[in-house]
Design a protein around this ligand. Structure first.
Ligand code: MEV
Length: 434
């Protein structure tokens, strides 16, 4: 695929040991060094002043300030043979640690293999006020070439990059509360953009012609977030021995992961939580890179229910050699150009840290993170349960809420974990007495 971003590739190692045991400032220096970031990018990652109020004010309306959340970096990721440091903006403990740990297990066994389809977005044009929807559909399809030419007549840059409207579909809804309706879809290759503005503009542009052709009235002209032609797939294979724990052999852990997947595949109540765990990995990268996480969430869940049954976005199986093998498949409408990806200095620095050269490559890494996150959650659920590890990491939050500062945060966090009582009351008690 032709790229709009043409920086030369760096050689980055995502294997940085001991990162979790050092101070944030030193940690950031290590990441800046590993990702070969500039001074400006380094400052942007600090958070403080990274988004000037004036810039924020230009991004949305009625700005009164900025809302900060932690930015972490997941290490160890290898996707398609390449190392990636993965920025994650998220408030939930365990997420970054779990992704990094699963990526560490995976990297010893070839890492993740991922592939994104062409970045095709759909725009929908709703046509009402027609009694002959089937004939109207044919009339549009007969004029397909003219409509595609019209849709592509404005954005010369996109066409120059090899993108643009490629095809047209017409969906018929014969009997609706508002009479017959057709919905025309423009299928547009948006290259390295998320594509919302591109396809919305095209839909609005062709609307008068569609009215002329069908004799109907056009109403909505807007993208679909069910980007089912812009799919990313990732897979991973792990020998079961790599999953050994202190108390369980890896084979049992792998079987537990498969059993957990089967429940998600069959039971929508479980699938919602299972997929939430996947999005725990995906959303933080979407946020950190300035992409539209609502669009990704909408697309993911609509895709998960596409066959009429809400199921899992991942699969987990044992292959013929007994290895654990996982896959993930979902729409991934992310961009490298436009919107906050370009205006937010920290998002630009986050993208520089990932050193991706196309939106498809970004999508591939994000899918790998989603799969790693799901593996981490299922592994924990299939073994000791989620709370032990989660609470150990959450203990720092609890210590802070109880009033601990400086060195006391780690001290009290460790003390409440070993006391087996990760609560604010216990933390307050220990703060007062020790
Ligand atoms: C918590 O944020 C996510 C999990 O509930 C996901 C899962 O259950 O698979 C642990």
């Amino acid at each position: 695929m032709q790229n709009q971003v043409s920086e030369s590739r760096k050689t980055i190692s995502s294997r940085i040991s001991n990162l979790r045991n050092i101070e944030p400032k030193d940690r950031k220096d290590l990441i800046v060094q590993a990702a070969q970031l500039s001074q400006e990018q380094s400052v942007a990652l600090d958070g403080e002043g990274a988004l000037p109020l004036e810039l924020a004010n230009g991004m949305i309306e009625n700005v009164i300030g900025k809302f900060e959340i932690p930015l972490g970096v997941a290490t160890n990721f290898v996707v398609n043979g390449r190392d990636y440091l993965v920025p994650m903006a998220v408030e939930e403990p365990s997420v970054v640690a779990a992704a990094s740990y699963m990526a560490k297990i995976a990297r010893d066994h070839g890492g993740f293999h991922a592939h994104a389809t062409r970045p095709i977005m759909r725009a929908q044009v709703q046509v009402v006020g027609i009694n002959d929807p089937h004939a109207a559909r044919f009339k549009i399809l007969e004029r397909k070439d003219d409509l595609i030419t019209l849709a592509n007549s404005r954005d010369k840059v996109l066409i120059g990059l090899g993108g643009g409207c490629q095809d047209i579909e017409v969906h018929v809804f014969e009997d609706t509360p508002i009479g017959a309706m057709i919905v025309m879809h423009l299928l547009v290759d948006v290259r390295d953009a998320m594509g919302a503005n591109t396809v919305n503009t095209m839909a609005e542009m062709v609307a008068p012609k569609v009215e002329e052709i069908t004799g109907g009235s056009v109403r909505l002209r807007i993208l679909s977030n069910l980007a089912d032609q812009r799919i990313v797939r990732a897979r991973v294979t792990i020998p079961v021995e790599a999953l050994d724990t202190e108390t369980l052999v890896g084979k049992d852990v792998a079987e537990g992961i498969v059993e957990a997947y089967v429940m998600a595949a069959l039971d929508p109540y479980r699938a919602a939580t299972h997929n939430k765990g996947i999005m725990n990995g995906i959303d933080p990268v979407i946020v950190a890179t300035g992409n539209d996480w609502r669009a990704i969430e909408a697309g993911a869940h609509a895709f998960a229910v596409q066959d009429g049954h809400y199921g899992s976005l991942t699969t987990w199986e044992l292959d013929n050699s007994g290895n654990l093998t996982g896959t993930i498949e979902l729409p991934m409408a992310v961009g490298l150009v436009g919107g906050a990806t370009k205006t937010h200095p920290a998002a630009r620095a986050a993208l520089a840290m990932m050193d991706v050269t196309s939106a498809n490559e970004l999508a591939e890494v994000i899918a790998a993170v989603g799969l790693a996150q799901n593996m981490g959650a299922l592994r924990a659920l299939a073994t000791e349960g989620i709370q032990k590890g989660h609470m150990a990491l959450h203990a720092r939050n609890i210590a802070i809420v109880a009033g601990a500062t400086g060195d006391d945060i780690s001290r009290i966090a460790e003390a409440i974990v070993s006391a087996g009582d990760v609560s604010v009351d216990k933390a307050k008690e220990l703060l007062a007495t020790s």
